[in-house]
Structures are given as structure tokens and as C-alpha cells.
Design a protein around this ligand. Structure first.
Ligand SMILES: *Cc1c(COP(=O)(O)O)cnc(C)c1O
Length: 429
């Protein structure tokens, strides 16, 4: 039985005439998994409905923001109330202070912060400020970590543990990436080599403290600790890109979950509750370089706009009210149990591996062990993932359309949803 997606196909035909590849962000095009994108109409709780009237249980959550599911009543009410007052002022409002104070109460190390509109802006600005604070140009990123699409971050690694970047996108001049050094995730030897070669020139190390843009790759014991120690020793700024992990992996983010404090954080996704908002912040001694206090310029017409602030604040408040982290962890444990129940022989035979941390989960097909870095992720069987992906869709389960993405639990999922999810993996294998 095949779902009908006639109307989706019609809308996509019009989209392709007007948007590159028919989309406003490349992964949505389904190039990776094959087939046609689904055009959505509305969402409620854990359910998504497409323009043909098919419904799906959502494990994508708009790539992370919707940790409470769609149209949470408290978030909706806050947005409606704010919308009637003003959509934007381009001037200070109390809403931005309220959200910032709430964030600070969850993450006391965040001494000063600034709101921006996307994760891309947050990481781009954090690097600029780190460069301003240290008077240095070079910075380190790790292969397979995604930090948005600003020029200096669109690099691919060469071979070896420590390489100077090469642009991974057309349109990025060599000059923009000449100061980007690329390391191998989880390689302590690699980061030591980088600091031996360039230590006194390194402004910053930027890392996803738990990598969730190459499937889910956990930091091995000692990796984040060695980044912290080397940055402290060499006077470099350690940036945790918590656009994905912030407000999801723990109250205090990955910094709390893995007990390592960065100097700067970047946030996005959940912080705007589904509206465009992001932030960067951290130590006062670094953040005081941001204009107008300091000389690192960074600005935004819609930054801190009250509508997004209201959505973000309502989301964090609602998470507190429902003990979201405890609930998500117990859901995660239920998922673990179904994985043992249905996938045990496949796990033992090395046909699939499973990784979960709080509400993040990921299945790596064709991997006997959870991958530790990007090259191990790349060695997985993406064709099998793509098959499983279309089986999920047929069974009414929606995820991000790429084997390099993670799945997200929301507070809305039931044990039955999780069982369906895992049974499809077993069937696909
Ligand atoms: C999504 C993401 C970004 C980019 O955020 P946008 O809002 O899409 O620009 C940056 N870093 C990480 C870790 C992300 O997951």
C-alpha cells in the first residue's frame, strides 16, 4: 500500500520553478534519501499532516526546536499574546531580558549574551569575537561538525589528523578558509598536534560537544577535557556550539552533561521555540569585546524580536513545568528497551548500531560499533538507511531525510510510537 502524495507533488512542481531544487534549505529536497519531499500543512502535538491529508508521527521536530511537539498550548498562547502587542520594535524590550535571565538561570556560566536570528549567525559572531578577544586569526573545527553556512566554516578536511581547510562549497574564496584548521573528532592526538603546530596563533576551537550533524557521535572520555586544557594553556577561546544540544541534552546543555565548561556557547533551535532566534554568549572577558562595549561589530534588525523571545521563554517555562528532561530520559530508556527487544540479533551481528543520549537517537546501518568520527560515519551503509527511511514514511513516521541526521524524541511521544519506530528498523534489516 502506497501513500498518496499527489498534492505534495503538485506543490513541489511549482516550488522547483521558483526555489533552487524546490527548497529553502538543501536537505529538505530529499536528494539524500531519494524520492519527493513531503509538503506539510499543519502539526499538532506529535502529529504532522501533509497537504494530501496523510499524518505522520514526527521525530524531526523541525530539526530540533519542537521539543514539546507542535502547537504546544502555552507556547501558542504566548505567541498570540505577544503578536497582538508588537511583532518587532528594533529597540530594547523586556521580553529579551526575560528570556536571557531564564537562560542564565539554567546556565550560570553564561555571564553575558547576545541574541541573533540563526545558528549560523551565532557561530559566525562567536568566532569573530574570539578573534577580537585574542588578536589571533586561526581557529580549529572538526570534520563532520556543522556550524552553519558562513564562509570560514564551510571547509572540508584533507587527509591526516590536522589539516588546513579547503572550501567545501563553491563561492567560498580560498582566503576565507585559510585560517580554518580541521581536526578529527575524538582524536586527542590530532588536537595535540594542531596546538603543537599552531598553538600561539589559535583564536578559538569550535566544537559540537556532542556531534549531532553526522548522525550522533558522542565525545569520548578525555576529548572535551583535552580541548579545554589546551585552550586554557594556549590562551585560545573554547566555543561549544550547542545550537542542537542546548536545552535538549540537559538543563545546562552539553557543558553540564559532559562536565566541561567552554568560554563561549552558541545556541539556536529550541531557544526560539520554533521562531527564528539564536544566541551566543559566555565569559564576560570575551563578550565585552562585542560592540558597542567593544570593537567586534555585530548587529541585527530583528535580533531579540519580542515574538521569538516570547516563544522561547514559553518553551523553557513549559519544559520546567513538565520536568521535560526527566520525561525525555525515561522515554529514551523505553526506546532502549525496544531496541534490545527487536534488534538484538542485528546489533550482535554488526548490521546496525544504535546510539542514544537523552532525547537524541540514531541508527547507523552497516556499522558494528557506533562511529567515533566522520570517516567512520561515512563508512556506514547509507543505502540501507535510505530504504529504512522510506519504510518509516510508509508506516507514518517522519524523520529528517538524511542518514547524517539524528532523530529527536519530544515530550509527546508514547511507548507505542517508539515501538513502531524500532519495528520498522527490524523489518528494514
Ligand atoms: C542547526 C545548526 C547550526 C545552524 O543553525 P541555523 O539556524 O540553521 O543557521 C549550527 N550549529 C549546529 C550544531 C546546528 O545543529
Amino acid at each position: 500500500m502506497s501513500m498518496k502524495r499527489q498534492r505534495s507533488a503538485e506543490v513541489m512542481e511549482r516550488s522547483r520553478k521558483i526555489f533552487p531544487g524546490g527548497v529553502n534549505s538543501p536537505v529538505r529536497s530529499f536528494r539524500s534519501v531519494g524520492g519527493d519531499p513531503i509538503v506539510f500543512s499543519h502539526g499538532e502535538g506529535k502529529h504532522l499532516t501533509d497537504v494530501d491529508g496523510n499524518t505522520y508521527i514526527d521525530f524531526c521536530g523541525s530539526w530540533g526546536p519542537l521539543i514539546l511537539g507542535y502547537s504546544h498550548p502555552a507556547v501558542l498562547a504566548a505567541v498570540q499574546k505577544q503578536a497582538a502587542r508588537a511583532l518587532t520594535f528594533g529597540a530594547p524590550s523586556e521580553e529579551e531580558v526575560l528570556l536571557a535571565e531564564k537562560i542564565q538561570s539554567w546556565m550560570p556560566g553564561l555571564e553575558m549574551m547576545r541574541f541573533v536570528n540563526s545558528g549560523t549567525e551565532a557561530t559566525m559572531s562567536a568566532i569573530r569575537v574570539a578573534r577580537a578577544a585574542t588578536g589571533r586569526n586561526k581557529f580549529v573545527k572538526f570534520e563532520g561538525c556543522y556550524h552553519g553556512h558562513s564562509d570560514c566554516l564551510l571547509v572540508k578536511a584533507g587527509s591526516g589528523l590536522a589539516t588546513l581547510g579547503q572550501a567545501s562549497s563553491a563561492g567560498v574564496p580560498e582566503g576565507s578558509v585559510q585560517d580554518t584548521i580541521t581536526g578529527v573528532y575524538n582524536s586527542i592526538e590530532g588536537i595535540e598536534e594542531i596546538f603543537t603546530n599552531w598553538g600561539s596563533e589559535i583564536a578559538a576551537v569550535i566544537v559540537e560537544p556532542m556531534a549531532a550533524n553526522m548522525g550522533l557521535v558522542l565525545p569520548e572520555k578525555g576529548f572535551l577535557e583535552s580541548l579545554r586544557a589546551l585552550c586554557s594553556k594556549h590562551g585560545s577561546v573554547l566555543i561549544f556550539d550547542e545550537v542542537m544540544t542546548g536545552f535538549r541534552v540537559a538543563r545546562g546543555g552539553a557543558a553540564e552533561a559532559f562536565s566541561v565548561q567552554p568560554d563561549l556557547w552558541t545556541f539556536g533551535k529550541i531557544v526560539g521555540g520554533g521562531l527564528p532566534a539564536a544566541a551566543y554568549g559566555g565569559r564576560l572577558s570575551v563578550m565585552e569585546h562585542v560592540a558597542p562595549l567593544g570593537r567586534a561589530y555585530q548587529a541585527g534588525t530583528l535580533s531579540g524580536n519580542p515574538l521569538a523571545m516570547a516563544a522561547g521563554l514559553a518553551t523553557l517555562n513549559a519544559m520546567e513545568a513538565c520536568s521535560a528532561f526527566e520525561r525525555l530520559e525515561s522515554s529514551g530508556q523505553v526506546l532502549d528497551q525496544f531496541v534490545s527487544k527487536y534488534l538484538d540479533p542485528h546489533l550482535k551481528a554488526g548490521r546496525v548500531s544504535y546510539v542514544r543520549k537523552s532525547s537524541f537517537f540514531c541508527f547507523f546501518f552497516g556499522a558494528a560499533q557506533p562511529p567515533r568520527n566522520f570517516s567512520e560515519v561515512s563508512a556506514c551503509d547509507m543505502n540501507l538507511f535510505n530504504k529504512a527511511y522510506h519504510n518509516w514514511l510508509q508506516q507514518g513516521l517522519y524523520m529528517g531525510p538524511s542518514g547524517y541526521e539524528v532523530g529527536f524524541l519530544s515530550t509527546q511521544h508514547s511507548p507505542e510510537d517508539l515501538e513502531r519506530l524500532v519495528r520498522v528498523v527490524a523489518q528494514s534489516l
